[in-house]
Design a protein around this ligand. Structure first.
Ligand code: CP
Length: 312
């Protein structure tokens, strides 16, 4: 196993999947495979980020993304600074750009940002010399989630060319759905979405997307199914189905897997068991959810290393 040819990676920042070329994606996957094969554990330490400081700026809550970026950056030899608005001068009215300018003055190199407002990561990147990684922004993009989802699927399939992937749930408010759709289509997959009308975006937002009506249709159609939670924190229209209605119509249960035992089940987390997915399904042999979390570390180590090297 060799480390990716870093010259194939062309980006200064990682703001979204939209701007990545197929060569960029392949370079990330090749590097992630290197780190994955070395082993995702604390005895595997590297020095690719030695002398760098990575700021984890999480203006919204997170477990998987924040923790895996922290683990990834530390295993690469970086210093890590966690910034969260709670307990900071944001509570005294300090603006996003003032926060950026203040922490930049401390000599930091890479910013990993989660924020509820679309465009905030790009705005920050335009006011700093640092390297910026979008760690989940509004309902726009969550590129490292899509990359770890694609990487996980490629452990099961040799290629995504012609594979059918269905994303079920609250697509309208989901940054994961958008980044997944862009990534899976760039890798040659057919993509479908399924969910109640109120959670469907205007289909003209995407090209070549299928719309499926029921969970049964989705399971029958797909090689892999990605179950999303209802993004309550971003929903303004309160006229949404009750948990019971939603779960009955769109929840994935063991009975659905009986007719399609080789389907791959994904969920970006956090999962609401008994709503969009049953606990038994999430822990079934068809589920790759824990593998997604593990691969999140390898993919984020790859992204940090490639961006740091590109900007040397
Ligand atoms: N998938 C994901 O972004 O999870 P967290 O919100 O826990 O980071």
């Amino acid at each position: 196993m060799v480390f990716a040819n870093m010259s194939h990676y062309s980006q200064k920042h990682l703001l979204g999947i939209h701007s990545l070329s197929r060569e960029d994606i392949d370079a990330i996957f090749q590097s992630a495979a290197f780190f994955s094969e070395c082993g995702i554990n604390s005895s595997q330490k590297f020095s690719y980020l030695h002398g760098k400081t990575v700021v984890l700026g999480f203006f919204e809550s997170s477990t998987r993304t924040r923790c895996s970026f922290e683990v990834a950056a530390k295993r690469l030899g970086a210093e890590v600074l966690l910034f969260q608005p709670q307990g900071s001068s944001v509570e005294k009215g300090e603006t996003l750009l003032d926060t950026l300018e203040t922490i930049d003055a401390m000599g930091v190199d890479i910013w990993v940002i989660r924020h509820s407002i679309n465009g905030s990561v790009e705005l920050m990147s335009n006011h700093s010399n640092g390297i910026f990684i979008n760690a989940g922004e509004g309902n726009k993009e969550h590129p490292t989630q899509a990359l770890l989802d694609g990487f996980t699927l490629l452990e099961k399939f040799d290629s995504l060319e012609g594979k059918r992937i269905c994303i079920v749930g609250d697509i309208l408010h989901s940054r994961v759905a958008r980044s997944d759709i862009y990534l899976f289509q760039k890798l040659g997959a057919e993509v479908a979405i399924c969910g109640p009308d109120i959670f469907m975006p205007d289909l003209r937002e995407f090209s070549n997307i299928h719309r499926l009506e029921t969970i049964e249709d989705s399971v029958a159609w797909a090689d892999a199914i990605n179950m999303l939670r209802i993004q309550k924190e971003r929903i303004v229209d309160k006229n949404i189905p009750t948990t019971e209605e939603y779960s009955q119509q769109f929840g994935l249960r063991m009975k659905h897997l009986v007719s399609k035992p080789d389907i791959i089940v994904m969920h970006p987390g956090p999962a609401n068991y008994g709503v969009e997915i049953d606990h038994e399904v999430a822990h079934s042999p068809q589920s790759v959810i824990q593998r997604q979390v593990r691969n999140g570390v390898a993919v984020r180590m790859a992204v940090l290393t490639l961006l740091s090297n590109h900007n040397r």
